[in-house]
Design a protein around this ligand. Structure first.
Ligand code: GDP
Ligand code: MG
Length: 180
């Protein structure tokens, strides 16, 4: 099938390892979820085609390994550049039950701002909202950080499929509004 495509938007997933980046992508691209998800090796992307404002948008979502890759990224600037090149959106993911992953979002943001286009649309995503009893990052502090840094913010659960669609659509719609 040769479907007409009006725009291709590249969106990158960033954040520490095991926060749920790959499962968010699996949920969005294929409506799948896996509890024993394998750590991502290298870089890969998946696409989903959707309609915004009667335009056919192909979302190309890039996924990579997290923290363990972080240092490799610094050693191989060419890889970092390739990952961010042409990206018009980013989802900066942390795990609401792991405060460290939230604290590290500052560093991810620095890396993003150092490599990506300055008009990139960024959403801060607090994933694993289903882990209610293990919550260690409050909605308030995350919201405050997002406001200070000019990011969109949402909490999601890839497991329960909560807000995943909304998270991606928020980024894609904003990209459409600012770039098209
Ligand atoms: P990545 O390293 O950021 O890509 O993280 P993965 O997507 O591989 O997920 C890491 C682990 O967290 C896996 O065991 C997933 O099944 C689990 N996971 C991902 N999303 C959620 C979620 O929303 N809720 C819960 N409870 N577990 C999740
Ligand atoms: Mg992964």
């Amino acid at each position: 099938m040769n479907q007409r495509v009006d725009y291709v938007f590249k969106v990158v997933l960033i954040g520490d390892s095991a926060v749920g980046k790959s499962q968010l992508l699996a949920r969005f691209a294929r409506n799948e979820f896996s509890l024993d998800s394998k750590a991502t090796v290298g870089v890969e992307f998946q696409t989903r085609t959707l309609t915004i404002d009667q335009k056919i948008i192909k979302a190309q979502i890039w996924d990579t390994a997290g923290q363990e890759m972080y240092f490799i990224f610094y050693q191989y600037r060419a890889v970092t550049s390739a990952y961010y090149r042409g990206a018009v959106g980013a989802m900066l993911v942390y795990d609401i039950s792991k405060p460290q992953t939230f604290e590290h979002t500052v560093r991810w943001l620095e890396e993003l701002r150092g490599h990506a286009d300055k008009n990139i649309v960024v959403i801060l995503v607090g994933n694993k909202s289903d882990l209610v009893t293990q919550r260690a990052v409050s909605i308030e502090e995350a919201k405050e950080f997002a406001e200070t840094e000019n990011l969109f913010f949402i909490e999601t659960s890839a497991l329960e499929s909560t807000n995943v669609e909304t998270a991606f659509l928020t980024v894609l719609t904003e990209i459409y509004k600012t770039h098209c």
